[in-house]
Design a protein around this ligand. Sequence first.
Ligand code: PGA
Length: 249
Amino acid sequence: MRRPFIAGNWKMNKTVDQAVEMVTELKKLVSGVEDVDIAICAPAVNLYPMNEVVADTNIALGAENIYWKESGAYTGELSPAMIKSVGCQYVIIGHSERREIFGENDQLLNLKLKTAFAEDLKPILCIGEKLAEREAGAYFDRVKFQLDAGLSGIEAENVKDMVIAYEPLWAIGTGETATPEQAEEIISFIREKIAKLYDQATAEAIRIQYGGSVKPHNVKEIMAQPNIDGALVGGASLEAESFSKIIKF
Ligand code: PGA
């Protein structure tokens, strides 16, 4: 059985004080939750002080991005070891905003995945199609391409332990959610694709989240789908109250 995994993605939001205040409140609200894995992926400057609050609790931390080199002359970038050293277990790789705004392609994301595994970070690889691809019926091809390129050369033992977040671009921050059936259709396709690329055991083990306008009022029906193991939550993860409701779906 796969454990449900609810992760927040704060994007470029919250100063240190605001971040500490939020996790201090969240910690109280979810202290009794035992059957769901919880993580917050936050801006890098907030991670160290957040870790002071959530170390030894049921809230794990993640970064929103890393660079794929171990160290060196890469001004402005962060290595996986740096992210680990402030208490992170997870890192988001290939969020659609990184792909679209910062031009990250699947080859680069593949290198980032490999570096994350080398440092024992669990990546949350984001994939998903644009509105035009959805409307043209090309969404299966889009995620297939992203998986083939993104996972190239990565071993089954690492894939078992990672997370994939299916996030259709047309549902991110728009208030428009994929229906649970739409999400289940493509997420079960992703799981079949993992079985083809690797084997059935790997496909059964990997956790696949849905992301895109997940809110307290729609999380339950999304989580009721057999292949959906969790959610990657943007806007609704910023407030402790709403995020805790999603965690307690
Ligand atoms: P949203 O963002 O929940 O605000 O739609 C999700 C994401 O971008 O990960």
